[in-house]
Design a protein around this ligand. Structure first.
Ligand SMILES: Cc1ncc(COP(=O)(O)O)c(C=O)c1O
Length: 473
């Protein structure tokens, strides 16, 4: 009998994170300050601890994981790598499918891989409160857990659409000792402005980020400085997630296999990066036994890489962050209320943008109904209810595995099962009752947002040309 789960010992929890930056095909374009149109980091030093800023700009390939962080990682790491024998059988595919399951963490997803080090570095630098945004509620729960572990208070701004759809995420955050506020809220000037314009707004990640950043900036005046923490997009977050990919490499070695293709859903891009970066390093260091391909999967309702522009944009709707070099749908993007809350972000990790531009990774957009169709097959074969975000990757994996039937290839496919969907029953309910609708974000809306952005910053095209080569303009 073959093993279903490929398991590592706690002593094999990685001792270092992998940073892709020195291995990128070209250097990352700089952040740009909105006031000057020149490179600069704006408010960044005011809202993050020094250790995190150091990691964000680090050119080091390997960064030590503090023992205190590895000690907390032991609660759920190493996470299991599963061979999806039953899914393979259900699909009648000759392909070998594996998934790295991050749903065993205290919050139910990969997000704790970064929330723990972020809370740790804040605690080390004397910070007593942290703020953040959350879309699906996964990152908010993860930060709440990590803040509690290191004795910090936490304030989480949760996108109104998810706050209403998933009330028990708020309870979970409260259970870990944090406060969860529906966004937009009356707590911040950014929130009040949006509520005045549209009291029934469902919010967006961009708005919630603006509130969490403003809370951090304003806290300076109270004498009790709160720092902001971020759940995705930034280099340090993607880097923290590489514990998953590094473990997976060891797990593949145990079964003497190696992936031909790696899939992951992308919100801001951190979980996908965490899984594929170490395999990308195998490639660049010429250690990879195969020409592995990497596939990022996004929703058609939020197609930032497949339909967005690779230019500079703010990370938040309130325009507090510096301009980030990334694919974007525009910081004023208002998402359709699709259920994969964690995939509804207008931008993407700058590292993903560079790799997509250089064709080192491919991007696929799938609609939510197709994603849930595939989740259903997965649930009924593998027995795990996936988070709707991860279901997008499952859809792309099923398509690939079906192609292997036609070509009769025994390809090895790996994907990131980023979390469980136990708090997503409203979404599953809508799907099973046939109410869930596919949705495509219109390209005209993207063009509209880009026009507004160019009007706001007349130097945008020049700066994009200067720092982002062969951009889609
Ligand atoms: C379960 C799950 N998967 C994936 C994502 C996407 O985020 P990222 O692309 O940063 O991994 C989220 C975000 O909230 C999530 O909750």
């Amino acid at each position: 009998m073959h093993d279903k789960k490929i398991l590592l010992k706690e002593t094999e929890i990685p001792k270092q994170w992998y940073n892709i930056v020195p291995d990128l095909p070209h250097p990352l374009p700089p952040f740009i300050e909105k006031e000057t149109g020149k490179p600069g980091v704006g408010i960044v030093p005011k809202i993050f601890p020094k250790a995190i800023i150091g990691q964000e700009i680090s050119q080091e390939r390997w960064i030590d994981i503090p023992d205190e962080v590895r000690e907390i990682y032991k609660i759920w790491r190493p996470s299991p790598l599963y061979r999806a024998y039953r899914l393979e059988k259900a699909l009648k595919t000759p392909a070998k499918i594996y998934y790295k399951y991050e749903g065993t963490s205290p919050a139910g997803s990969h997000k704790t891989n970064s929330s723990v080090p972020q809370a740790y570095y804040n605690m080390k630098e004397g910070i007593t409160r942290v703020t953040t945004e959350t879309g699906a509620g996964q990152w908010g729960s993860a930060l709440s857990f990590a803040a509690g572990v290191f004795g910090l208070e936490a304030t989480v701004y949760m996108v109104r659409a998810s706050f209403d759809q998933k009330p028990y995420r708020k309870t979970m955050m409260n259970a870990f000792g944090a406060e969860c506020v529906a966004s937009p809220s009356n707590r911040t000037a950014a929130g009040r402005k949006i509520l005045a314009e549209d009291p029934d707004t469902k919010g967006s990640l961009g708005i919630a980020i603006g509130e969490a950043v403003e809370d951090s900036l304003e806290s300076e005046k109270t004498g009790k400085k709160a720092n902001y923490t971020i759940g995705s997009v930034f280099n340090h977050v993607c880097m923290h997630q590489t514990v998953a990919g590094i473990e997976t490499q060891k797990q593949f070695a145990m079964v003497e296999d190696y992936p031909d293709a790696i899939y992951g859903c992308i919100g801001g891009g951190s979980s996908f990066s965490g899984l594929f970066w170490p395999f990308y390093h195998d490639k660049t260091s010429k250690k990879a036994p195969k020409e592995t391909q990497f596939f990022a999967v996004e929703p058609t309702a939020c197609p930032k890489v497949t339909r967005g522009y690779y230019t500079y944009d703010h990370g938040d709707t309130a325009k507090l962050t510096p301009l980030v070099p990334m694919h974007t749908l525009g910081h004023d993007f208002m998402p359709a209320p699709i259920h994969a809350g964690g995939l509804r972000y207008h931008g993407i990790a700058p590292t993903i943008s560079v790799l997509a531009q250089e064709k080192q990774i491919s991007t696929i957009a799938v609609n939510q109904v197709d994603a849930f169709d595939s989740a259903k097959i997965f649930i009924r074969s593998e027995g795990i209810i996936p988070a709707p975000e991860a279901a997008h990757a499952i859809k792309a994996v099923c398509d690939d595995a079906r192609k292997c039937i036609e070509t009769n290839t025994q390809k090895t496919i790996l994907f990131a099962l980023t979390g469980h969907g136990f708090f997503d029953m409203t979404a599953y309910d809508e799907y099973f009752s046939g109410k869930l609708q596919p949705y495509e974000y219109p390209v005209e809306k993207v063009a509209e947002s880009m026009d507004k952005l160019r009007k706001l910053y007349p130097w945008l095209n020049d700066v994009t040309k200067q720092y982002i080569t062969s951009c889609k303009q």
